[in-house]
Design a protein around this ligand. Structure first.
Ligand code: NAI
Length: 288
């Protein structure tokens, strides 16, 4: 007889930034009980406010109605401080900033709090799932890489770490389908598939800008009109966040030990200057 996969009902999302609030939004809309964990009360309230505004946008587009919005918000519990994470949660999805040590610290901290059979997932863009899982339940650890903006984008890359077991993979694949997304199975190599291909293109666009080959507007126009990309690479970099782009290039560079992945000096300089793109109001372009 085929064994039934464990059932996911209660999900904790750690980090309520760009990705975390989107992930909480789509899960709560599908009636999962979501605990959204941020560092402070102020940050978690801000995250819930962002979700509320994004739900309003979906109402305007007639994707959902007011009742859906109210139900979704009711399904979200705001939690401040990682120590207050719900012990009985079935799945933890970590979405804090792209830094291996910070992510490891989170998983080390929650491993003793959260019940032993719950699954740990990371929304990392590039950090090795095998390395993140080394100390904490490696068989029940997986990569769940949502795309930005989460309520709009269909793909979820599901990354199997070296030790991820089949049950964990199947449960996460099933959950992804239940929330209306398309799962794609990927194995654990730097940048997985999406960022291994996307980021070197963005990095090259930044080199072209640094070398004065063309203006930022022209580079984006070439890729939009010439390659039929919906968004130029520099606009996309601003949208993702230049700090995130740099962190991913560093992972590719060190992960493959190959100079073809060296991050562009202009990207490094802009991150140092805190020109992080849309979220800081300025990147390759300016935002109101
Ligand atoms: P972000 O900087 O917008 O949000 C990170 C959030 O984590 C912040 O709100 C911060 O307060 C919170 N945080 C930090 N430490 C915490 C802690 N100890 N406890 C609770 N909350 C904590 O970052 P973003 O863009 O949402 O990225 C999150 C993850 O998703 C990263 O691993 C990134 O690589 C990945 N990702 C990002 C995409 C993007 O387009 N920005 C796309 C796909 C994945």
């Amino acid at each position: 007889m085929k064994e039934k996969n464990m059932e996911i009902k209660n999900i904790s999302v750690i980090g309520g930034g760009t990705m975390g609030n989107g992930i909480a939004h789509v899960l709560a809309l599908k009636d999962y009980q979501v605990n959204l964990v941020e560092q402070t009360e102020e940050l978690v309230n801000k995250a819930v406010k962002n979700i509320s505004a994004n739900l309003d946008r979906q109402i305007k587009k007639e994707i959902i109605n007011l009742e859906d919005k109210n139900r979704t918000l009711k399904n979200i519990i705001a939690i401040s401080g990682i120590k207050n994470i719900h012990a009985e949660t079935d799945l933890v999805i970590e979405a804090i900033y792209e830094n291996k040590d910070a992510k490891l610290k989170i998983f080390n901290e929650i491993n003793n709090i959260v019940k032993q059979d719950s699954i740990f997932a990371s929304n990392t863009s590039s950090i090795s799932i095998t390395e993140l899982s080394a100390n904490n339940r490696p068989e029940k650890f997986i990569g769940m890489h949502f795309m930005n903006p989460v309520p709009v984008m269909q793909l979820v890359e599901i990354i199997r770490g070296y030790s991820t077991n089949n049950e964990t993979f199947n449960v996460i694949k099933e959950l992804t389908l239940k929330i209306g997304k398309i799962p794609v199975e990927v194995f654990d190599y730097p940048g997985f598939i999406s960022n291994r291909i996307l980021m070197p293109m963005i990095n090259e666009a930044i080199y072209a800008l640094m070398e004065g080959v063309a203006s930022a507007e022209s580079i984006d126009t070439v890729m939009k009109l010439g390659m039929n990309h919906p968004m130029g690479p520099l606009t996309l970099a601003d949208f993702i966040g230049l700090d995130v782009c740099l962190a991913i290039m560093e992972v590719l560079y060190t992960g493959f030990n190959d100079s073809k992945y060296r991050p562009c000096p202009l990207l490094k300089k802009m991150v140092a200057a805190k020109k992080l793109g849309r979220k800081s109001g300025e990147g390759f372009f300016k935002y109101a």
